[in-house]
Design a protein around this ligand. Sequence first.
Ligand code: C2E
Ligand code: MG
Ligand code: MG
Length: 509
Amino acid sequence: MSYRLLFIAVLSLPLAAQTTTSELPVLSLLTGLLLLSFIYLIKLKFDIYKLQKSQKNNNSGQLGFYSLHDDISGFPNKFFLQQQLDELLKRAPQQTFSLLLIKISQFEQINQLLGHSNSNLILAQIAQRINDQLKDTAEALTFEFRQQVPIRLCHLGGVDFAIWLDTTEQQHLAEYVADDLEKNVPEPMIVHGCAIEYQLHSGIANYPEHGTLLSELSERAYLALQHHSWLQGQSQVFNPGMLNYSSDKLTLMAELRQAISDNQLALYVQPQVDMQSRQVLAGEVFVRWRHPRRGLMTPSSFLALAEQTGVIYPLTQWVLREAVAMIATLEKARLVSKIAVNISSKDLLQDELVESLEFLFDKHKVKPAQLMLEIKEGALAGAADKALSTIQRLHRMGVELALDDFGTGLSSLAHLRRLPVQYVKVDCSFINDLHKSDMHSAITGAIIDMARNLELGVIAEGVEEVEVEQKLLRMGCHRGQGFLYSRPFELSGFAVWLKQWQQSQTKAP
Ligand code: C2E
Ligand code: MG
Ligand code: MG
């Protein structure tokens, strides 16, 4: 448009030259007007261009913000952290730092409960709380200030956050900060009248000891976080031993926690019999894990893990609930109702074990003497006083106690005298080949003699053959269990099995 006006103005110049003097002022006025319009239009175009440019700059500024900040919490993201570290490590390559990784746990439940947008708000609030808690931690890398508040938290994405700490002056600073955050940040949040609970878990990797790249340090801090939250007593600081854990094992650890509430555990039972009269005396229960992908798993593949991860106590609680309920059911059906349950030495460190049993006996109107608890002999060697005092309490309550896998540990007789146990169970490994191995025969004989002297009962486990049964009877051991009588089977079928066993015994000549 402006070019067209210019064209008219330029064209009008020769025209002006041909005009008479009287027409001249009109034409010059016209030409002037046209020139003015042209100049105005050029300016207008320039202004529009400037406006468009500034808008473009603004947009790219916003884009810049979002590419360096998390869009849910507004905190700097990992790209921002990386940028800052590139600068920092150029300036201070000799210093020591820690990458502290923080993860919010139980957030999936919050998500399911409150929906996506509400839980995003909560996530942002938790991030704010963590950052507030860091206000006096001047050693933490400060990314920026907002309303005079230092921003020291970086949002890596999802429920993962990071703090970069200068540890040159204080070697264990990251651990103190981690403990402080884990302890002081997670106060429940009230949303729509509901208290929303969450926890923080942390993992630490040190620069340059554990890596010099952010990616490497994040990976290692994450590994430390998993160990710290899933394995009892593990520090949250990375150590190279953690690299030995396959991701498979780590996944299993996480799944095990969920398995109890997801009803994936099952109880199997194996009868204990009087080998002479063939009367059933009790049933020992064994836990199984019906894993959705791995199938039926026996304790050897997950119990040690359960002990390390602290899942053993909830697992034992589940087993005890099922076992005591079964005692009540069998009693009602007037069947043999003594049940033996294996417990871990870790369970004995739990204050409420005794109270929880009292509650169960009360609830199901069951006598404590109907329950036998089996504790592995080996697990008791060097046991804490606490474990011994729990054993005393269980004994006073009337629960029967047996030392399992006897002969495999290193218990001294003196130690055995101090324990209020009523039975020792001779380990499978001695019983299986009792009729073939002189050594195992000698050990079993010694255990039976010792038990007799201490007035303890003896139970032989792993009786598979009649020859073994007969030899045990000759040696003075009357109580046994093993494949000879029955392989372990589902506890729900115990009542039916007991009835059939009774019938078969009365029919037998
Ligand atoms: P344990 O208490 O000494 O149980 C005996 C193990 O030998 C059981 O293995 C049983 O299935 C198996 N067994 C029974 N009869 C025979 C036999 O005639 N021959 C052979 N070769 N084996 C026989 P399972 O069920 O795999 O349990 C292994 C161990 O896991 C148990 O040893 C016990 O210490 C532990 N365990 C099982 N269930 C639980 C539980 O609910 N809690 C805890 N804390 N430990 C459990
Ligand atoms: Mg046992
Ligand atoms: Mg055993």
